[in-house]
Design a protein around this ligand. Structure first.
Ligand code: SPQ
Length: 428
């Protein structure tokens, strides 16, 4: 139990949030698939990304970590060794789902499992299209849940229309497509984060992306390269909201990745009237970055729905907290995917914010929040979900009483230095 007692501070100063989690995972995966040396700068040393490194080390890939610099040496997939141990993916849905795509087309037998949360997250969304490609995957409930056993085999390309907006499903198919015969095509009605497509190009593959359709030829060789990981906008989100709702504050966040498939929170903050400015700095290896400044803001409610949802899916817990401080009603719709994250994030957000006095109700596909409401302290649960844990900690910046947070350690999944960064900004 962590007691968070901030006593209504102001936040002032500049921070750089750690490297993007999605890009960090993929940098190691692509480095392991590619032939030659890959160097990564700004790697996220969060538990999820360390799980990805651990899986590839068990496959015999040489990976050296020196601070946030990572070096991956590989002779390509065919040089990987069959692991004698189970690959453990911890709390990471990205590792589990993308590895399924990668391992399906090897000539290895592997078994993968994760923690209790991973054991409840649906895998058929990835397993089903991979099976259509010829993958041999067995697991509980017909392959829905870990542990999963993968017997690598030859794959055929597919033309797949995505039933849900999910970068993990898209990426698993694209990564399997690298080893498949023919042209793999993935069609999205709502575009999800595109880091895999960008990285395929960066590692030398030819990929075609037009109006939600990604296609590329199987059998292309990837070549090791240098990856510069920008700061994670999903981590920056907690400080964007903190700066907007804490009294008399001005927070500068440098080197934030603002890839347009991830920056829905910027649009929402703007729509809610946030006092914010942004300076785009340019591309770091095909990923644009910006310095964002946010100040204490007079906010009003908004509706968050439709195509923007995949562009801010992981930011919804912290946006719900923001909405409790906005004038009027905020409606969040089309976000049923929140139910299959590290925990059911609709139930978790609504239950925990209600404990603090928020006017918030769950709906089938989101939530409705009326504001502004003063929040009081109390005992909150993280449900072992890093984003719920950080939402609770940011709430503690605007309560008179402390917040007692259980399992605050789970925040290390994506942001091990989170509390240090909060403390570095506090002024009295
Ligand atoms: O990796 P994991 O556990 O799935 O992490 C989460 C998160 O909040 O950090 C979701 F729970 O992020 C996902 C994100 O929601 C990371 C991700 C990716 O890197 O491709 C894509 C999104 O998931 P999905 O299911 O929409 O594809």
């Amino acid at each position: 139990m962590k007691v968070i007692d901030y006593n209504r501070p102001s936040l002032r100063g500049a921070i750089q949030v750690p490297g993007d989690k999605s890009i960090s995972h993929r940098s190691v995966m692509f480095g392991a698939i590619a032939e030659g040396t890959t160097t990564v700068e700004g790697f996220l040393l969060g538990e999820d990304c360390l799980s990805t490194i651990d899986c590839f080390r068990k496959l015999g890939v040489q990976i050296d970590v020196d601070g946030t610099n990572v070096k991956i040496e590989s002779a390509g997939i065919d040089a990987w060794e069959e692991p004698k141990e189970v690959l453990y993916t911890g709390n990471s849905g990205t590792t589990t789902r993308l590895m399924l795509g990668i391992l399906s087309g090897t000539n290895l037998h592997t078994i993968m499992t994760g923690d209790a949360s991973i054991g409840k997250r649906p895998m058929r969304r990835v397993v089903d299209p991979l099976r259509q490609m010829g993958a041999q995957i067995a697991g509980r409930a017909g392959g829905q849940y870990t542990p999963l056993a993968i017997q690598g085999t030859e794959l055929q390309a597919i033309d797949y229309t995505m039933p849900v907006a999910s970068a993990q499903v898209k990426s698993a198919i694209l990564l399997a497509g690298l080893r498949a015969k023919g042209t793999t095509i993935v069609r999205e009605s709502e575009v999800s984060r595109d880091h895999t497509e960008r990285m395929l190009r960066q590692f030398g593959a030819k990929v075609d992306v037009t109006e939600g359709v990604v296609s590329f030829e199987g059998g292309q060789k990837l070549v090791g390269t240098h990856v510069k990981v920008p700061g994670d906008i999903s981590s920056a989100a907690f400080f964007l909201v903190a700066g907007a709702i804490a009294k008399d504050s001005e927070v500068v966040i440098e080197n934030v990745g603002v890839n347009e498939t991830r920056d829905g929170i910027i649009d929402v903050l703007t729509a809610m009237g946030a006092n914010m400015s942004m300076m785009v700095e340019g591309e770091t290896v095909a990923e644009p970055t910006a310095t964002i400044t946010i100040r204490t803001s007079h906010l009003h409610g908004t509706t968050i729905e439709g195509a923007i949802i995949p562009r801010l899916i992981d930011e919804i817990p912290i946006l719900a907290l923001l909405a409790t401080q906005a004038n009027g009603q905020t409606i969040i719709k089309d976000a049923e995917e929140l139910k299959v994250k590290e925990t059911d994030r609709i139930t978790a957000v609504v239950t925990e914010l209600k404990k603090l006095g928020a006017d918030i109700e769950a709906t089938d596909d989101g939530m409705i929040i009326n504001g502004p409401t003063p929040l009081q302290g109390g005992s909150l649960k993280s449900y072992g979900d890093h984003r719920i844990g950080m939402m609770a900690a940011v709430a503690a910046l605007i309560t008179d009483e402390p917040i007692q947070l259980d399992d605050a350690e789970c925040i290390a999944v994506s942001y091990p230095t989170f509390f240090e960064h909060v403390h570095s900004l506090i002024v009295r």
